[in-house]
Structures are given as C-alpha cells and as structure tokens.
Design a protein around this ligand. Structure first.
Ligand code: SAM
Length: 263
C-alpha cells in the first residue's frame, strides 16, 4: 500500500488510503492497524474514484471507524474545519500555500479564485497581517460554508470576504482591481485566465496552476498565458515557474507566477 494522508487533529482525524486491488481482501485489517497505530484516527476512508467534475471531489468508502468524518485540521498556526467527503482539501499543499502567502506585500488586495474551504485566504492573512483585503470565490456551497466557519474560527473576518458563486459571474461584478490573483484550479483554470488578467491592476501578479508532463513541464501553460495576455492586449513577465506536486507518473502539478503589464 502507498502512504496515506491524515487530516485532522490530535483528538480526531481521518486517514485517507488507496488500496490496490490485490490487497482488497485485507483492507479492513489494514484500516484497523492504522487506527491502532494512530490513536487520533477515528475513521479510515478508501479512495474509490479520481477527483471529478467542477467541484474536484472524489468518492470515498468508509472501511473502518466513525461515519462522521468532519475534522479540524491545523497547519501553520490556523485551524480548518472540513469534511473530506464534501470538499476539496489536500494536506500536502501546505508548503505551497505558505510560498504564496510569503509573497504577499502590505496593503495588497488579493483575489483567490476557487477558494475551497478558505485555506489560501486564511494562510495569506495569517502570514501578511497588513494585507488590505483578501477575497475568495467558491462554487461548492459546502466548501463555502466551511470557509465562512474557518474565517470565523481563526478570527480573520476583518480581512477576508467570501463569495459563493461561479468565478465567471462573480468577477464580472467586481468594480475594483486586484494586486494579486491566485488561481488554484489546475484542471481548467485556463478558461479563467482572461478574466484574471482583466481583473488585475497594472503590474499585478497572477499565480497560475496547471499540469505539465515531466519531459516538458511548462510549455503548455506558458502558451496559455501568452495567448490570453495577447487577447487582452497586455504584456507579461514570468517571475517564477516550478513543480508543485507529482500528480501521476510523469505528470506534475505546476505553478507559474507572472506579472501583467500594459501592452
Ligand atoms: N483553493 C482550495 C484549496 O487549495 O484547498 C480549493 C482548490 S480545488 C483544486 C478547486 C476549487 O475550485 C474547488 O473547491 C471547486 O469547487 C472550485 N471551483 C471550480 N470551478 C469553479 C468556478 N467556476 N467558480 C468558483 N469555484 C470553482
């Protein structure tokens, strides 16, 4: 069996496992061993599908423990309430969230498209307490409700505004422009690049997530940025490009940070 993720606290956590077909007969005893060795793990969920559709959810099967899988996860000094069955959340992306948060400057207005349970807005405001305001847009009502709760638990309501809706519709209504836009939706974020470019201030920065094959990680994403900048009559400058996490053999989640300038 591959390694497994644990989401939650010292008191109550959920383990998320991937069981190969040849170990299916032993899955119950594997789950029980995980719970024996990790006393905080109260439920073991088995992945039974890939992440799918717009909400990027996957199906899980409970193979041992409590049916209530809502937990409170802690990372970098903030708390995140969530149920992995209802929302997207990856505990493996904490370092990447910090990397973004560390770049935010005092007085910036930041937009996080696809904000899920609010983890990136929260990471930003916790790290850069002098940020002017951070907005988050999320289409999954369950994720939005957890985000509202998470902002409340972390006492960050004065700096974070959350909107439940489709980025396509919500962004049309914004009157203000942003210093920085985070686009954490690797599958399909390209169809929102033009919106992001048009919502950005002069010299604003976009963090664009996408996928790349190991032998040619960035060409496709760079082409998308170039096409969309051209369409909006803008110039761009690449600030950084890097691998974030492996997705499947020879395929990586990547991020490109770029600045948008007058064309
Ligand atoms: N930012 C969160 C995080 O890092 O945990 C969630 C990232 S998840 C890969 C992408 C999120 O985008 C999902 O929660 C999904 O529901 C949301 N989403 C997808 N399409 C959307 C749209 N058109 N407008 C707003 N949110 C959307």
């Amino acid at each position: 069996m591959k390694s497994f993720d644990v989401i939650g606290s010292k008191e109550k956590a959920v383990a998320i496992v991937e069981i190969p077909e040849e170990l299916k007969q032993k899955e119950k005893s594997i789950a029980e061993s995980i719970m024996q060795l990790n006393k905080n793990v109260k439920s073991v969920l088995k992945k039974v599908s890939e992440r799918k559709d717009e909400l990027r959810l996957r199906k899980y099967e409970l193979i041992a423990g409590d049916t209530n899988t809502e937990v409170v996860h802690r990372e970098y000094g903030y708390l995140l309430k969530l149920d992995p069955k209802k929302v997207y959340f990856s505990p493996r992306e904490g370092t990447e969230r910090q990397r973004i948060a560390e770049q935010v400057k005092p007085n910036e207005t930041v937009l996080v498209m696809f904000s899920g349970i609010g983890v990136i807005p929260i990471a930003i405001v916790k790290k850069q307490t002098d940020v002017y305001k951070t907005y988050g847009i999320e289409i999954n009502p369950s994720a939005y409700h957890y985000a509202v709760e998470n902002v409340r638990i972390n006492k960050l309501g004065h700096k974070i505004s959350l909107i439940c809706g489709d980025v396509h519709d919500v962004c049309k209504k914004f009157k203000e422009k942003f210093d920085r836009i985070v686009m954490p939706l690797p599958f399909g974020a390209e169809s929102f690049l033009d919106i992001a470019i048009n919502c950005l201030k002069e010299n604003g920065i976009i963090h664009f997530y996408n996928w790349g094959k190991e032998d040619d990680l960035f060409s496709n994403a760079l082409k998308l940025i170039e096409e969309n900048a051209k369409k909006s009559n803008k110039k761009f400058e690449i600030l950084d490009k890097r691998k974030v996490l492996p997705y499947s053999p020879r395929k990586w989640k990547i991020c490109i940070d770029f600045k948008i300038k007058q064309g």
